[in-house]
Design a protein around this ligand. Structure first.
Ligand code: ZN
Length: 117
């Protein structure tokens, strides 16, 4: 079920809110997600709102460079990325570990084989 969450980085420079359904969350074994240990959930871009910290974000892209990973310049925590679904619709990929009031270890994420894509 889609719910409203607040999230942000460690130092507080970056804050956002999002309406997202955590039932569809995934872990991914790609060269970035695995070492970072992220749990991802996907929201339509218009369900994601950056509250502060736009000027304190660094963007990182790799591989096919279609996902814009956003992390805090100060503390390094990545709360979200910008990307698109195969149909081209804009999404935000949320790092569930950065959401307030969520215990990611209580979730049962699906495994996504990002390493093979
Ligand atoms: Zn920070």
């Amino acid at each position: 079920m889609e719910q409203h969450y607040s999230g942000g980085c460690q130092c507080g420079a970056v804050a956002f809110e999002v309406d997202v359904d955590l039932d569809g969350c995934v872990t991914c074994n790609c060269s970035r997600c695995q070492p970072m240990g992220v749990v991802l959930a996907f929201a339509p871009r218009d369900k994601f709102k950056l509250l502060k910290g736009d000027d304190n974000l660094t963007e990182y892209r790799f591989n096919r460079k279609i996902i814009a990973h956003q992390f805090c310049k100060t503390c390094g925590v990545q709360g979200f990325s910008y990307g698109a679904m195969p149909d081209g619709s804009a999404i935000a990929a949320i790092n569930v570990n950065t959401l307030e009031g969520v215990d990611p270890r209580a979730l049962t994420p699906n495994q996504f084989d990002g390493r093979s894509t």
